[in-house]
Design a protein around this ligand. Structure first.
Ligand code: E4P
Length: 222
């Protein structure tokens, strides 16, 4: 399973990239607004693209086809690994098709049902992003969308990648991996939580304590 980091934080991206833990990045206007401050968001995206080799999703903010295509075309000029994020809209599907014809990869975002995923795939998206956590938030089972989309895509040999998004905790990652989502995009705090287990901490404390007792004994016998 591929892991993307769902952030525009250069610090978190640098750490995860150096550790070889991530295969790409997803951003959205909210995440970029948080990171960019006074900086030009395009410069932030350029820096992100230099830190990771894999796909970096950058979202358009237009909601008409021509605007999305123009913005997407400009975003794609930032770096070769930019993937243009297009919202699940009627106009967006045409933009996905047109950007694809121009050789620009797209990620259809704000998907909340398996049929939305199917439509995005038919339009030619490279990735579809069902938002698991936000579906859970309204009292439905977000993981069902991943499960259904996986079956549908496998039934028809659809190559569009299912990107499990809006991941809120490690259990989401485990379930998405068991179902066979191609990618999970993780907020940095969730990625860091995956490293943790209380028995790891307890085991390390024990090893270090035993070692310091041994060292103290060795010192006393010198
Ligand atoms: C995905 O590409 C989105 O940026 C993200 O996963 C949204 O997550 P949220 O629901 O936690 O904002």
């Amino acid at each position: 399973m591929k892991f993307f980091l769902d952030t525009a934080s250069l610090k978190d991206i640098s750490w995860a990239a150096q550790a070889g833990l991530i295969d790409g990045i997803t951003t959205n206007p909210s995440l970029l607004a948080k990171q960019a401050g006074d900086l030009d968001p395009r410069d932030v995206l350029k820096e992100i693209c230099s830190l990771v080799e894999g796909p970096v999703s950058a979202e358009v903010v237009s909601i008409d086809t021509a605007g999305m295509v123009n913005e997407g075309t400009e975003l794609a000029k930032i770096a070769d690994n930019i993937v243009v994020k297009i919202p699940m809209l009627e106009e967006g599907m045409v933009a996905v098709r047109q950007l694809g014809a121009a050789g620009i990869k797209t990620n259809v975002t704000l998907c909340f049902s398996s049929v939305q995923c199917l439509l995005a795939a038919k339009a030619g998206a490279a990735f579809v992003s069902p938002f698991i956590g936000r579906i859970d938030d309204v009292g439905q089972e977000g993981m069902d969308v991943i499960r259904e989309a996986r079956v549908i895509f496998d039934n028809y040999g659809i190559e569009t990648e299912i990107l499990a998004a809006s991941i809120r905790h490690p259990r989401h990652v485990v379930e998405a991996a068991m179902i066979g989502a191609d990618v999970a995009t993780l907020p940095p705090d969730v990625l860091k939580k995956l490293l943790l287990h209380p028995l790891t901490d307890r085991g390390l404390d024990q090893f270090l304590s035993d070692w310091s007792k041994l060292a103290a004994r060795a010192k006393a016998t010198v």
